[in-house]
Design a protein around this ligand. Structure first.
Ligand SMILES: Cc1cc2nc3c(=O)[nH]c(=O)nc-3n(C[C@H](O)[C@H](O)[C@H](O)COP(=O)(O)OP(=O)(O)OC[C@H]3O[C@@H](n4cnc5c(N)ncnc54)[C@H](O)[C@@H]3O)c2cc1C
Length: 367
């Protein structure tokens, strides 16, 4: 490694929604630097989501973090010319049993007549039961990420793109202190803490810092925007099948659809597989009257999860100054500000006494 060019308190590796939200929460409170491998921010999973925040989706701790994230985004929206959030409820359809299994404080069962009033394109014989989450909203993820980017820079933080982290070494200091020396692209960065917000590459990044992998597995998920004969109304809910075989929502006069697949993958720039979108179009056309006429564009992203399905947030229990911010799975946007708030408190004020911190700890049993 060459000469040290950059010094900071906290180096965040990964410029997706996770890394940007945390750096934005830290900026102005400590010296923060984001290193992103790709030439643009949000290149991987964070530019490939369905852009919906669903408080009834996920385990209890995820639901709590989603509610907190919604409150934090509503508070930041007042500083922006355009809103980040858009009212769009979430309608879950399926058998009585599968819908009942997903009922929670935010999701309540509704009668079939109400389901048809909300989503008249559904073929009622296909879906005997439905549940509705009226607290769910759409999210302009581009505006949200730009807000965080701007806030980091305005408060003296730095962002390096095209700077893949390739190697690192720990330099011990006096009194248990020490610092990480990280090679990121052309830069050599010295930092007290390194945050692992590397998404699908989180376990690989951990290996560079000699941290034990946490079994973070990327899973493929595809989506497409399609033309339809019968567009959805502007305030139509997002509709998802409780067996996770499809979901769809309005995208202007077009419709965004997904097969909701979870297929294991290596970390990579994932692309749709031949036949996947065609099979989905056939399925959606068979259970709705949308009448899909063509595919405008399609993409695939990787949702990275641990074995217990919860994110990993907190200091590594063995490696000094190495902090995990990974495994957000399908909840990365809906938990982003809540997790950033929690992580910033851990990094700046010590470990907060919270049940969320315990539930997400990298030292929890089973990881
Ligand atoms: C089809 C689909 C639909 C989804 N829908 C939703 C939704 O509606 N709501 C929701 O909340 N979530 C949704 N998600 C999930 C959400 O998109 C993710 O949880 C979130 O984007 C993950 O963000 P991240 O920052 O952890 O990862 P990423 O966005 O992948 O960012 C990680 C970054 O780390 C960088 N990196 C990796 N290794 C290095 C290295 N060595 N050096 C430097 N940089 C490195 C990568 O280049 C990458 O940019 C969806 C996902 C998919 C695929």
């Amino acid at each position: 490694m060459g000469e040290i060019l950059v010094d900071c308190d906290i180096l965040v590796v990964g410029g997706g929604i996770a890394g940007l939200s945390l750096a934005s929460a830290l900026a102005g409170r400590t010296g923060v630097l984001v290193a992103e491998a790709e030439p643009t921010l949000g290149f991987h999973t964070s530019s490939r989501s369905a852009r919906q925040l669903i408080p009834s989706y996920g385990p209890a701790v995820v639901q709590d973090l989603t509610v907190r994230t919604l409150a934090l985004i509503r508070a930041l929206e007042v500083h922006l010319p355009d809103p980040v959030l858009k009212a769009r409820s979430f309608l879950l359809v399926g058998s009585e049993e599968t819908v009942r299994d997903r009922a929670s404080g935010h999701m309540h069962p509704i009668p079939p007549a109400q389901m048809m009033a909300l989503a008249p394109e559904l073929k009622p014989e296909c879906f005997p039961a439905a549940g509705l989450d009226t607290t769910s909203v759409g999210c302009d993820t581009d505006v949200l990420m730009e807000y965080h980017r701007r806030r980091i820079l305005d408060r003296g933080g730095r962002i390096l793109t095209g700077s893949p982290v390739r190697s690192a070494r720990f330099e011990p200091g006096a009194d248990d202190a020490g610092r990480w020396i990280t090679e990121a692209g052309e830069e050599i960065i010295a930092s007290r803490v390194v945050v692992n917000a590397a998404g699908a590459w989180a376990d690989q990044l951990a290996a560079l810092y000699s941290a034990r992998p946490r079994g973070l597995q990327p899973y493929r998920r595809t989506a497409a925007v399609v033309d339809v004969e019968h567009p959805l109304s502007e305030n139509a809910p997002m509709v998802a099948d409780a067996d996770e075989t499809f979901y769809y929502r309005a995208e202007g006069r077009q419709v965004l659809i997904s097969p909701s697949e979870s297929v294991p993958s290596e970390p990579m720039d994932a692309r749709p597989r031949s036949g996947d979108v065609e099979a989905l179009v056939e399925l959606v056309n068979s259970v709705t009257t949308l009448g899909i006429t063509g595919v405008v564009r399609s993409w695939t992203g990787l949702r990275t999860q641990t074995a217990d399905g919860l994110p990993v947030v907190g200091y590594d229990d063995v490696v000094p100054g190495f902090f995990w911010l990974a495994g957000q799975g399908g909840y990365g946007f809906q938990t982003s500000s809540g997790i950033a708030e929690l992580a910033a408190a851990m990094l700046l004020d010590g470990t907060p006494d919270s049940s969320a911190a315990e539930a997400l700890s990298p030292a929890r049993t089973g990881l």
